[in-house]
Write a protein that binds this ligand. Sequence first.
Ligand code: ADP
Ligand code: MG
Length: 281
Amino acid sequence: ATPTALLVGTGRGAQLGILIKGPEVLESTRRIDTIVLDKTGTVTTGRMALAGVTLAPGEDRAEVLLLAGALENASEHPIAKALAVPGEVTQFTNLEGFGVRGRVDGHAVTVGKAELFDELPRELAEAKAAAEKLGRTAVVVGWDGRVRAVLEVADTVKPTSAEAVRRFVALGLKPVLLTGDNETVARQVAREVGIDDVVAEVLPAGKVDVVKRLQDEGRRVAMVGDGVNDAAALAQADLGLAMGTGTDVAIEASDLTLVRGDLRAAADAIRLSRRTLGTIK
Ligand code: ADP
Ligand code: MG
């Protein structure tokens, strides 16, 4: 490849809102056949909102929101932004990939996935199932050994994501949705944007293994992500693409940055590299 043609390619990239680490990146971009997409913050906006509260019998809504909110105030997860309220927390623990735990107002509080708790009372199990069918994440709240409530947290698919997926497919790429979130939620989001392949309930450290597994199957894998827990997978992928709206860690681990956080720019990057390199030998 001649350096001049490659540099023209990178110049167009800047116009399209794509930052490319170096001209050699275009070569790996061209050969990609699979594109793994992180869900939260990549396919969706990652701006979570509280969309519903279901209480266990006898529980108080204000108390649930206060204790859970104070605990989430100490968390940096996107879910925490929907729930956080000022409050004092001691013995805070981040249960990586599951939720958070700590002491608030004299209570031992846990907030997160249902797996952190014993069986849910019937009305809460129903609320959880209904929320997940809508693509919302069910966040369970408990303290002092009892399950108190299910909070529904809603994220929104970016308006550009479905079109981006159509463009990936048109380029001959196989899209895969990858998330730590629940399978039902992930399937609903996948359906909204037209993805068939879903890998859900992946622990933060497991995302890199999903990329490796696809590579072992002989695929050339692009990974698009925004979070701290995407960094290892972004570095492992044949091509790592970070959302410019994401964390610095993700951007540093990547070959390409989609400046505006618009997934369609990933399709532009692949088309650009194929066209640029197609003209030279
Ligand atoms: P993702 O970013 O793909 O959702 P994570 O590994 O960060 O993956 O989280 C996996 C799941 O764990 C979340 O979908 C949520 O159900 C739960 N979880 C993680 N952190 C929190 C938190 N601070 N509060 C509530 N639930 C959480
Ligand atoms: Mg994310």
